[in-house]
Design a protein around this ligand. Structure first.
Ligand code: DX5
Ligand code: ZN
Length: 228
């Protein structure tokens, strides 16, 4: 698939989300929607009614990132909301294999997210059940946090696993991704990049997306895993 950019509307104007999505639509691949329940993370954002409306009015496919407890109970509803990709946290799922299969069965891409301190190795055997692995590069809950370089070896390990098993697995990074950090992520093995503040704090969010993409593509082309 190559590099994909998924701007996070967490840093956008919540009173005018349709317009905020439209500002990035010509340049982005997805729009990243952060659902937080104030239990799995200490913050509260939006839920199903807003996701349904966004899916109806957005020109971009929705990449929903669920930061909620009891993902097994709630994630299927998001898969039926009009979203194209639904990502749950493994720390919030009692049966991640079953949930990934349920999501795929409902016709969406199945994503699974790991907090920074959650290792990828225990999940090596279930990677074929996933369309995307999200490796959080900050503790989830808030935009504008500092990128955690300690996640880079995990990105590399995940890409190594995907390559060795010949999986078509997208590896997404989320948190602190900006012009200063995106090359490190791409070089390590990420190919889907979430950026909130780096996009929506810019004067021209569309230009910011294009700038991030150019950096990620250049870094991928010269990387250990992406050079063809
Ligand atoms: C944080 C969210 C992110 C957030 C990233 O828990 O999952 O999607 O919007 O924001 P930035 O890019 O500003 O770190
Ligand atoms: Zn997110």
């Amino acid at each position: 698939m190559g590099v994909q950019i998924s701007p996070s509307i967490l840093s956008a104007d919540f009173t005018d989300l349709a317009r905020e999505v439209a500002r990035v639509a010509p340049r982005a691949d997805w729009v990243h929607v952060d659902v937080m329940d104030n239990h799995f993370v200490p913050n509260l954002t939006l839920g199903l009614p807003v996701v349904r409306r966004l899916a109806a009015v957005s020109d971009l496919p929705l990449d929903v990132h669920l930061m909620i407890e009891d993902a097994d109970r709630w994630a299927p509803d998001y898969a039926e909301s009009g979203a194209r990709s639904v990502t749950f946290h493994v720390e919030a799922s009692a049966a991640p294999v079953r949930l990934a299969r349920t999501l795929r069965g409902l016709g969406v891409r199945a994503g699974m997210a790991l907090r920074p301190a959650t290792p990828v190795e225990p999940y090596a055997e279930m990677l074929p059940e996933l369309d995307m692995l999200l490796l959080m590069t900050v503790e989830p809950g808030f935009g504008g946090q500092r990128f955690l370089d300690l996640v880079l070896p995990k990105i590399r390990a995940a890409r190594t696993l995907a390559k060795s098993h010949e999986l078509d697995l997208w590896i997404q990074v989320d948190g602190g991704v900006a012009t200063e950090t995106i090359e490190r992520c791409a070089d390590a093995g990420a190919d889907v990049f979430v950026a909130g503040s780096a996009v929506y704090a810019a004067d021209d969010p569309g230009e910011a997306v294009a700038g991030l993409r150019a950096k990620a593509e250049a870094a991928t082309a010269s990387s250990w895993w992406g050079a063809t």
